[in-house]
Write a protein that binds this ligand. Structure first.
Ligand SMILES: Nc1nc2c(ncn2[C@@H]2O[C@H](COP(=O)(O)OP(=O)(O)OP(=O)(O)O)[C@@H](O)[C@H]2O)c(=O)[nH]1
Ligand SMILES: [Zn+2]
Length: 184
């Protein structure tokens, strides 16, 4: 818990012309600071702690895909939410990773400030480094509130991003299999 954050939120509320002493707002700097800490908790986490050795020997070398992992992130330009789903695939290389850990990896990076392209790459590289996989593919689609509730005000546009590593990059048929499986 960082009490400085409470003070900064108090300044923001004052800055927009509100009265921080009125009843409804008295506890708001505290609440907003705790919420912001929660939304950016990824800075306090590390890949090693999160994976917690949940790697299991396996001779399977078939593609594993986890689809529709929802995530909530904040864009680094406006500190407004972007909300979407991730699809993560990998080809094991002697070991598989605990299923929940893939979703935890997505969450750890989502709970930081960034752009979607970096989030996509961070997740792909983390899965690669945790599993030593033959290849990793990550595809994400998200709606950005900075495009919806301000700025260009487009309600229906979604951003799609993908990162392919290893065999997903070198083999067209592996990439196609992934894209086919996630579009089901
Ligand atoms: N590539 C990419 N751009 C993003 C992402 N999130 C927000 N942006 C964009 O970042 C850009 C920042 O542009 P600026 O011109 O510096 O900021 P701005 O004046 O607030 O831009 P507008 O949103 O167009 O009003 C905008 O085009 C946003 O849509 C993201 O995850 N990836
Ligand atoms: Zn933004």
């Amino acid at each position: 818990m960082n009490p400085d954050l409470d003070h900064h939120f108090e300044q923001i509320i004052r800055g927009i012309g509100e009265n921080v002493d009125r009843e409804g707002l008295v506890k708001t700097p505290y609440r907003a600071a705790r919420a912001m800490e929660y939304l950016t908790q990824g800075y306090q986490q590390s890949l090693d702690d999160l994976v917690n050795d949940a790697l299991f020997e396996s001779d399977s070398d078939e593609m594993v895909i986890v689809r529709n992992i929802e995530f909530y992130s904040l864009c680094e330009h406006h500190v407004l939410p972007f909300i979407g789903r991730a699809q993560v695939g990998y080809i094991p290389n002697g070991k598989v990773i605990g299923l929940s850990k893939i979703a935890r990896i997505v969450d750890m990076y989502a709970r930081r400030l960034q752009i979607q392209e970096k989030l996509t790459r961070d997740v792909a590289e983390a899965v690669q480094s945790a599993t030593d996989a033959k290849g990793v593919a990550v595809q994400m689609e998200a709606k950005h509130l900075c495009m919806m509730m301000r700025g260009v005000n487009k309600q229906n546009s979604e951003m799609s991003s993908s990162v392919m590593l290893g065999t997903f990059r070198t083999s067209q048929s592996t990439r196609n299999e992934f894209l086919q499986l996630i579009s089901r």
